[in-house]
Ligand binder design. Structure first.
Ligand SMILES: [Zn+2]
Length: 225
């Protein structure tokens, strides 16, 4: 037995893998327990996201509703540092595109501001997107940045949400965008204002197509947390 596998067995004994939804100890290699998988089935929804101008819409795949244990897990993941859940969320988002990875050139995520990332220590959407990219065997690329630490969307009305995100995302490097088919990932979707604004930036920079995906859809006006 190699030293690495001895070490990983030892770490598994000390820190056994736990269900991303209920915390029960589970076998290595799965992300949630059988009971949680049965009680929280994917709904495989598709939402249309309005682009800010021109009346066009793009597709957003959403495996879950924002409720019950999924909602609790997203809150732990986003606000309480439970970053290990990114594997489960990334896999579920990736599975919405099983067998269709060749439709995309790369995966990216909705950025958070530098201040927010510093405070939280990570961008939750990036962690989901990186795990999804790994599962779909697609490259992950950071192509957008958020240039303003604007108020959080869940405190705002539908119209204010559109205004709040307008112009706050900027392209990092236009060279990688031209003609590309991009899968854009965020953690949750409510009105779609954030995804629409990011997609607009990518399309204006020459992307051929943008498709979106999030873990869950929050029914507006239910709050994010
Ligand atoms: Zn469980």
């Amino acid at each position: 037995m190699q030293i690495k596998s001895v070490l990983s067995r030892f770490l598994e004994l000390l820190f056994p893998p736990r269900c991303a939804l209920c915390g029960a100890v589970i076998p290595a290699g799965v992300q949630v327990c059988t009971r949680c998988r049965q009680e929280n089935p994917c709904v495989h929804a598709e939402k249309r996201i309005d682009l800010p101008e021109g009346g066009k819409t793009i597709s957003c795949k959403v495996p879950y509703r924002y409720e019950g244990k999924i909602r609790e897990a997203i809150i732990r993941f986003k606000f309480y540092g439970r970053t290990s859940s990114a594997i489960f969320f990334g896999e579920r988002v990736a599975d919405e595109f099983a067998g269709q990875a060749d439709q995309f050139d790369f995966i990216t995520s909705v950025p958070v501001s530098a201040q927010r990332k510093k405070r939280r220590g990570y961008n939750q959407s990036e962690l989901i997107a990186r795990n999804a990219a790994q599962r779909l065997r697609l490259p992950y690329a950071e192509v957008l940045e958020k240039i303003a630490d604007n108020p959080e969307q869940h405190k705002l009305s539908r119209e204010d949400r559109k205004r709040n995100v307008c112009g706050v995302y900027r392209l990092l490097s236009s060279g990688t965008i031209q003609g590309k088919r991009i899968l854009l990932i965020d953690d949750i979707v409510t009105t779609g204002a954030t995804l629409g604004e990011c997609a607009k930036e990518l399309l204006e920079a020459g992307a051929q197509a943008v498709t979106c995906a999030t873990i869950a859809e929050v029914e507006y006006p239910q709050l994010k947390s």
